[in-house]
Design a protein around this ligand. Structure first.
Ligand SMILES: *[C@@H]1O[C@H](CO)[C@@H](O)[C@H](O)[C@H]1NC(C)=O
Ligand SMILES: *[C@@H]1O[C@H](CO)[C@@H](O)[C@H](O)[C@H]1NC(C)=O
Ligand SMILES: *[C@@H]1O[C@H](CO)[C@@H](O)[C@H](O)[C@H]1NC(C)=O
Ligand SMILES: *[C@@H]1O[C@H](CO)[C@@H](O)[C@H](O)[C@H]1NC(C)=O
Ligand SMILES: *[C@@H]1O[C@H](CO)[C@@H](O)[C@H](O)[C@H]1NC(C)=O
Ligand SMILES: *[C@@H]1O[C@H](CO)[C@@H](O)[C@H](O)[C@H]1NC(C)=O
Length: 354
């Protein structure tokens, strides 16, 4: 490449960077997310990490430094992905006690929890094993990923298959964990390892592929239910028990897996099945679930957290759509893709990226 070409490339990059910094609001309007019910503006997706065939990436979280953590259900692994393309993909930890890693959430800066399930990658089989581990990313280094401290803090013997995981915040010791097979939400005390059923109602049931994704925002616990095709929220106490009625935010037009919330409480939901293969938008007050991007087998979403990428939604994917559930492994490989949605995530936008 000649020097002028490099200079031009740099100008183009700077221009793009400026454009993204100045125009969040305008872009959000252009997309008309949730404003014009009829408009479906399909945003482009860009692959930032592609895994080998036969890899189901189940959930995703973003560290405050911008690095992405994902969980795998086909092998019991946690990976770190650099969305800025500087570092290589790294296996943060591979478990030896359980078949699949499912939910992931940050409780304190760089202190994450994951849930596991002893189930085959065909999601219909329950083996009744469920653990919660603490993953201390403060001890992680690229030179020695094995230095990451991993501690099992709870074993929930009565659980079916743990899926989405969320932290109640405000210095509580409470995690909530969606048991998709038993159709309940568990409350887990991270200091004692004690677990009890926090929510078991019409909207978390039935047993099978029920309650799935979980997020906490303020006093509200948001959850999806795959078979009932709904996104709902319920106010909870510091143990995750309902303190009021469940409100349905969207139902019937999607098949929701896990999701992300933006700063205002609008939801971005992975909707993998029924040929939809979309990320759908649900406005904070509830309403129609509108597809905003398509990608094969989306499983969960998380916003970037640095100034470079806090307007970007990262989406984890399985190795395909419902063909996977039918035992066909011929669809696609698991991925993480990015979508510029022009909205900031629940965590906002920090300056200490990279
Ligand atoms: C499983 O991993 C733990 C900690 O990483 C280790 O102490 C234990 O020996 C391993 N067990 C087997 C059977 O490899
Ligand atoms: C996982 O389930 C399989 C099949 O039921 C069982 O053989 C195995 O012991 C279970 N693993 C653990 C750690 O309980
Ligand atoms: C949830 O409630 C149903 C009935 O409402 C009950 O049959 C089931 O055992 C409960 N599940 C758990 C794990 O407590
Ligand atoms: C946490 O504390 C903040 C500030 O006091 C409050 O607004 C919020 O509702 C609390 N969240 C929960 C889950 O209690
Ligand atoms: C589901 O949505 C339909 C129409 O969108 C609505 O009539 C129905 O009441 C909703 N169900 C619940 C439980 O909110
Ligand atoms: C858009 O949907 C909302 C409910 O989500 C409804 O109140 C409003 O009337 C709809 N607007 C149009 C133009 O259909």
């Amino acid at each position: 490449m000649t020097l002028p070409a490099i200079a031009q490339l740099k100008y183009a990059t700077v221009w793009l960077a400026l454009a993204s910094l100045c125009c969040y609001g305008r872009r959000a309007n252009a997309v008309a997310l949730g404003r014009n019910n009829q408009t479906t503006y399909i945003l482009p997706t860009k692959i930032i990490q592609e895994f080998p065939p036969d890899t189901w990436i189940e959930n995703i979280a973003v560290r405050q430094n911008g690095q992405i953590l994902v969980t795998e259900t086909t092998q019991p692994r946690i990976y770190q992905i650099d969305p800025f393309g500087i570092q290589q993909l790294v296996v943060v930890h591979e478990f030896n006690e359980t078949a699949s890693v499912t939910g992931i959430v940050e409780a304190e800066p760089d202190l994450f929890y994951v849930s596991t399930a002893n189930l085959s990658s065909n999601f219909d089989v329950s083996y009744g094993q469920a653990y919660i581990y603490r993953i201390d990313m403060r001890t992680f280094t690229y030179e020695d990923p094995a230095s990451t401290e991993v501690t099992r803090i709870a074993s929930i013997v009565e659980a079916g298959a743990l899926n989405g995981l969320a932290y109640l915040g405000n210095g509580t010791d409470t995690l909530v964990s969606a048991d998709t097979l038993k159709g309940v939400i568990w409350s887990v005390d991270t200091s004692t390892g004690q677990a009890s059923v926090a929510i078991n109602n019409t909207y978390t049931q039935p047993q099978g592929q029920a309650v799935n994704g979980l997020k906490v925002r303020g006093k509200d616990l948001y959850f999806t239910n795959l078979v009932q095709k709904l996104l709902a929220k319920v106010p909870v106490d510091s143990k995750g028990r309902a303190t009021g009625p469940t409100a349905i935010l969207a139902n019937s037009t999607f098949q929701p897996d896990d999701f992300a919330l933006d700063l205002n409480g609008d939801a971005y939901v992975a909707s993998p099945l029924t040929h939809q293969n979309a990320v759908v938008f649900v406005p904070r007050e509830g309403g129609a679930a509108v597809p905003i991007a398509t990608t094969a087998g989306p499983t969960s979403c998380a916003f970037g957290r640095t100034v470079q990428d806090c307007h970007i939604l990262y989406v984890s994917t399985s190795r395909g759509d419902e063909a996977y559930m039918e035992g066909r492994a011929d669809v696609v490989s698991g991925k993480v893709v990015k979508i510029e949605v022009g909205r900031q995530g629940m965590h906002g936008c920090s300056r200490d990226g990279q």
